[in-house]
Design a protein around this ligand. Structure first.
Ligand code: HEC
Length: 197
């Protein structure tokens, strides 16, 4: 039975070797973190699956409000200004391109992403609220309450059926043209007594 300790000794050597190589790799600066080069295909695929499974698991406990209707036009249109300001630069909008910044992973065209990824309403809500680590996808939960986030969720859901003309018309509305609410200030459409100076 001398072979068991011998095998264990070899295993320990392999583990120590791997740790050394790993440490060298981390500190050498060898890995290219530029957004202009891609991870190896398997790494890319693993990261994507990790992201998808994480969103599905974390969104499980989110309760969709009983009166939430993802196809409610008025609800979605209330969030159009927020979308233009906070999302369009990266994701684009009906008839509008995103800014030509190179993000990696890329920010998908949402109309397309929702169709192919089949995210549920609560998953879309979770992503907008919490963001996605190590990507450009930021968390909007700190600056927006759940009601605004559900409205954004409805807007994203309706991206596919919002024509460029409709989107342009929404951007022309006075509440949007006058600009977004700044910190501590209400939206142009909200009552003036809410002003704090
Ligand atoms: C600074 C750029 C940036 C901004 C601003 C941004 N996003 Fe994203 N978003 C991303 C990136 C990058 C991804 C892809 C992340 C990934 O693949 O893991 C993403 C992913 C998503 C997804 C998941 C789609 C999918 O299948 O990958 C949704 C939904 C989403 N964003 C909605 C929004 C909404 C709504 C807003 C505005 C409130 C917004 N995003 C603002 C960069 C951005």
């Amino acid at each position: 039975m001398k072979t068991v300790p011998r095998v264990l000794g070899k295993l320990a050597l392999i583990v120590v070797g791997l740790l050394l190589v790993g440490t060298l790799f981390v500190y050498s600066g060898f890995y290219d973190v530029a957004a202009t080069t891609r991870h190896a295909k398997p790494v890319e695929q693993i990261l994507r699956v990790v992201m998808m499974r994480s969103v599905v698991a974390h969104a499980r406990n989110i309760k969709v409000p009983a009166n939430f209707d993802p196809q409610n036009r008025a609800l979605a249109e209330g969030a159009a200004g927020h979308y233009e300001l906070m999302c369009r630069t990266c994701h684009g909008a009906p008839g509008k391109k995103p800014e030509p910044w190179q993000l990696y992973p890329a920010a998908p065209d949402l109309a397309d992403a929702l169709r192919t990824m089949q995210w549920s309403d609560s998953e879309v809500f979770w992503i907008i609220k919490n963001g996605i680590k190590d990507t450009g996808m930021s968390a909007f939960g700190g600056s927006h309450d759940d009601e605004e986030l559900w409205a954004l969720t409805a807007f994203v859901r309706q991206m596919e059926t919002t024509t460029p003309d409709r989107y342009r018309a929404l951007m022309e509305r006075p509440a949007i043209k006058e600009g977004p609410a700044r910190e501590g200030q209400p939206h142009a459409s909200e009552p003036a007594q809410a002003h704090k100076h």
